[in-house]
Design a binder for this molecule. Structure first.
Ligand SMILES: *[C@@H]1O[C@H](CO)[C@@H](O)[C@H](O)[C@H]1NC(C)=O
Ligand SMILES: *[C@@H]1O[C@H](CO)[C@@H](O)[C@H](O)[C@H]1NC(C)=O
Ligand SMILES: *[C@@H]1O[C@H](CO)[C@@H](O)[C@H](O)[C@H]1NC(C)=O
Ligand SMILES: *[C@@H]1O[C@H](CO)[C@@H](O)[C@H](O)[C@H]1NC(C)=O
Ligand SMILES: *[C@@H]1O[C@H](CO)[C@@H](O)[C@H](O)[C@H]1NC(C)=O
Ligand SMILES: *[C@@H]1O[C@H](CO)[C@@H](O)[C@H](O)[C@H]1NC(C)=O
Ligand SMILES: *[C@@H]1O[C@H](CO)[C@@H](O)[C@H](O)[C@H]1NC(C)=O
Ligand SMILES: *[C@@H]1O[C@H](CO)[C@@H](O)[C@H](O)[C@H]1NC(C)=O
Length: 404
């Protein structure tokens, strides 16, 4: 009896020790694979107003090329009309962008901007920032359907020239009726995977671009004003048409936020995602984000919009798409009980636009190490305990043997 029990206890402890070793090994190999970064890279280059002899009077057109092994992502960003970011994915590393400036600036027909050869285009998608809406939240309900002020149409804003720095570009604009302040958009493209230093620290890949949007120093029309932003997603065959909300158990990179929203397009019913707009449902009320300045945001369901109206609002959509299809949604900032815009006069929000499947946050090496220590330590103690018990029993058993 005692010998059987002894044997079993030894076997149990040795199998738990081997499983803990397997666990630790897998944790460290996971860490290694996330450190070694065997992700795809792209070579990026920037061109402002390609082919135009002088800066166009109605606003700049930026072309960022991100060339991969056998493909190219063209990111086009334009302020002629409502600010628009267009992404074109081609299966060639030598595809080019051609602009017919006379047609582009007339803004009345499509074809002013072409990606050539046209047969190399795999996918395209655009996002248009159409309107800024403001409402007076007198009863602090954060219900944006009542007491709306007349909307600010972003196509009527006065936009600055694009301010380039490396692989990012800054565009700021203001309505003629703003007494102060501005709405700014900052576009960044990336050669490889990574994250920004400041929150929400979205994970980007070389297949995505990031747009930060902020509303700084604008005088609200009421003391209890809150804001919404209206966005439209435009495409030809498969525009972004549904928003998925995913939960995560890790808020390491965006403290207190356990969700990620992604507006995606897919071929009817299929689970393969062609392209996406991804964001965390949080905005910040200060330019140096801290937890107490985080404010939740909500999106409405995407609704089909008139493609012609969207093309009329955006020079880039008009020039590139012959038959644009559009879906629109509103993102509202702030919940009931949250401070109003006037408290800091600042609001910032960040999104990624990309092709293919959206990046998925994984556990960071830090979290994995904490898990390894948290789960590994008890297992090592168990193993040591098991060894001690075995050794003692063995010693005790051999001590009894002579008596037998
Ligand atoms: C690129 O295309 C070439 C020939 O078409 C092929 O041999 C190569 O494997 C491709 N590379 C990648 C990374 O897909
Ligand atoms: C577009 O506008 C230009 C100049 O504004 C004009 O010459 C041209 O006829 C217009 N084209 C169409 C198709 O309306
Ligand atoms: C790119 O795609 C087009 C259309 O899908 C196809 O005709 C062409 O052969 C492709 N080219 C390469 C290099 O894969
Ligand atoms: C705010 O509350 C008051 C009193 O309850 C009500 O009369 C009014 O209609 C509410 N206003 C809005 C915009 O909901
Ligand atoms: C506009 O901005 C200036 C400088 O930042 C500030 O002095 C002024 O008070 C602001 N005006 C309003 C109406 O907020
Ligand atoms: C980026 O897109 C290319 C082409 O579609 C794909 O091969 C690659 O795996 C993607 N990279 C990432 C990190 O998603
Ligand atoms: C915003 O807040 C300041 C001080 O907190 C106040 O003086 C100002 O009137 C408020 N603005 C509006 C539009 O009510
Ligand atoms: C956004 O909200 C405004 C005001 O409620 C509404 O008129 C507009 O249709 C909404 N836009 C979309 C795309 O849902």
């Amino acid at each position: 009896m005692a010998a059987a029990a002894k044997k079993r206890s030894c076997r149990v402890s040795s199998s738990s020790s081997s499983s803990s070793l397997v666990f630790l090994f897998s944790v460290f190999s996971l860490c290694q694979s996330s450190f070694s970064g065997e992700t795809s890279r792209r070579n990026c280059s920037v061109e402002l107003n390609p082919g135009s002899p002088s800066p166009p009077p109605d606003g700049d057109l930026l072309h960022m090329r991100a060339v991969g092994n056998n493909d190219t992502l063209h990111f086009l960003f334009c302020s002629q009309g409502a600010p628009t970011l267009l992404l074109v994915h081609t299966n060639s590393s030598s595809s080019t962008v051609k602009v017919n400036w006379t047609q582009f600036e007339a803004r009345n027909i499509s074809g002013g901007l072409k990606v050539e050869p046209e047969s190399s285009i795999l996918y395209s998608s655009a996002i248009v920032f159409t309107r800024l809406l403001e409402y007076d939240d007198v009863n602090d309900t954060a219900d944006p359907t009542s007491d709306l002020f007349p909307p600010y149409e972003l196509q009527d804003f006065t936009w600055s020239r694009l301010n380039l720095s490396g692989l990012s570009a800054l565009l700021c604009g203001a309505a003629k009726t703003f007494t102060n302040g501005s709405l700014c958009l900052q576009l960044s493209v990336f050669e490889s995977e990574g994250r920004d230093h400041s929150w929400p620290r979205l994970l980007h890949t070389a297949n995505s671009s990031q747009l930060g949007v902020w509303l700084d120093g604008v005088s609200p029309r009421a003391a209890r004003s809150r804001f919404l932003l209206e966005l439209q997603a435009v495409g030809e065959a498969y525009p972004l048409n549904r928003v998925e909300v995913h939960r995560s158990i890790d808020d390491e990179f965006t403290p207190s936020i356990f969700k990620v929203s992604q507006w995606v397009s897919s071929v009817n019913g299929s689970s393969d995602v062609l392209g996406f707009l991804q964001w965390k449902p949080v905005a910040y009320r200060r330019s140096d984000p801290a937890l107490e300045f985080a404010t939740p945001c909500h999106h409405s369901d995407p609704q089909p919009q008139s493609g012609e109206e969207t093309a009329a609002a955006s020079g880039l959509i008009q020039a590139f798409y012959a038959e644009p299809k559009a879906f629109g949604l509103n993102v509202s900032f702030g919940l009931a009980g949250e401070p109003f815009y006037n408290s800091t006069k600042f609001l910032s929000w960040t999104v990624l636009l990309g092709s293919g499947s959206p990046p998925v946050d994984s556990f960071s090496p830090l979290v994995l190490a904490v898990m390894a220590v948290g789960l590994g330590t008890p297992m090592i103690l168990l193993l040591l305990g098991g060894v001690c018990v075995c050794v003692r029993k063995r010693v005790a058993a051999s001590a009894y043997e002579p008596i037998n």
